[in-house]
Design a protein around this ligand. Structure first.
Ligand SMILES: [Zn+2]
Length: 77
């Protein structure tokens, strides 16, 4: 489900400060799996945490019960 009636606990684009990095020249999240600095455009969200594609594939590959949320503009097909 892409749109919900209730706003998420953290607004889109807002993450906890310790999950943020400016290592890529712009403010972005850090991968919750491997600490890789990301930009929002390439980060993938699972349960309000940001992951790089590699970790995302690892997580979604082993656990199909987790429903990943798409980050705007990213198409997986
Ligand atoms: Zn990662």
């Amino acid at each position: 489900m892409r749109y919900t009636e209730m706003p998420p606990p953290f607004g889109e684009g807002m993450v906890k400060p310790d999950q943020l990095s400016v290592a890529r020249g712009q403010l972005g999240p850090k991968c919750a799996g491997c600490d890789l600095p990301l930009i929002f455009a390439e980060s993938l969200v699972i349960d309000d945490r940001y992951y790089c594609l590699e970790c995302y594939e690892k997580i979604t590959g082993v656990s199909s019960s987790t429903e990943p949320k798409e980050v705007g503009g990213l198409r997986m097909d």
